[in-house]
Design a protein around this ligand. Sequence first.
Ligand code: BTN
Length: 243
Amino acid sequence: MNERRAPLLYAAETDSTNLALRRLAAEGAADGTVFWAARQSAGRGRLGRSFASPEGGLYYSMLLDASSEPERDLALTPAAGLAACRAVERVCGVRCGLKWPNDLLLDGKKLCGILTEGFAAGPRRCLALGIGVNVNTRAFPPELGDAAISLWQHTGRETELPLLAAALTEELDALLPAARARESALLEAYRARCLTVGREVLALRNGGSRAALALGVDADYALRVRWPDGAEEALRSGEVSIR
Ligand code: BTN
């Protein structure tokens, strides 16, 4: 594998690694720059939520130059999910699956969340690909209830965060070119990891939830579902829970 040119930066604590990359991009940081931290004071989650980021987790972001054709970026976040699965498997020997669109699940609970944020850095369009993994986390905030799990809770072993950050970088470096080229092999690998397909799901929308059957993941990584009235739809974003 080629030596990577962009740096891998670390801080014991930051507000959010996605925000840290935004600041670095404004100073000209290169495509592929990584920033990871052991704690976040203002971790950001999907759908405008916050992301609890206690000691023990890996909070990791990679800066990407966004394509001028947005459809070419559709596969980046799914590729990040797959890269996270592979890194966890390589370092910890634990196989996890993906809940569409990109949560990592272990024992039916959330092990990792991913948030991709787009922003401008001067004339440049960028993405911060943010990945939060519950690694050595001993306990979660009570509001998460029983929904989250850490690698430590599953294996009983500590994992070295720098090792996992390095593996994640290698897996992302290997998969992101395939995502940018929209390679079908990546789509097939994503489908093989996706635990949502074939399951009854609840799709959250407009403040309510609606039951559906998840039929498959289409070529744009949208989730094809069938509603109880027989109508089918491709969900492109949002929250879906497995029933
Ligand atoms: C979610 O499941 O809602 C997405 C969570 C994404 C969390 C990661 S941690 C690293 C990066 N920095 C952030 O502030 N958020 C992402």
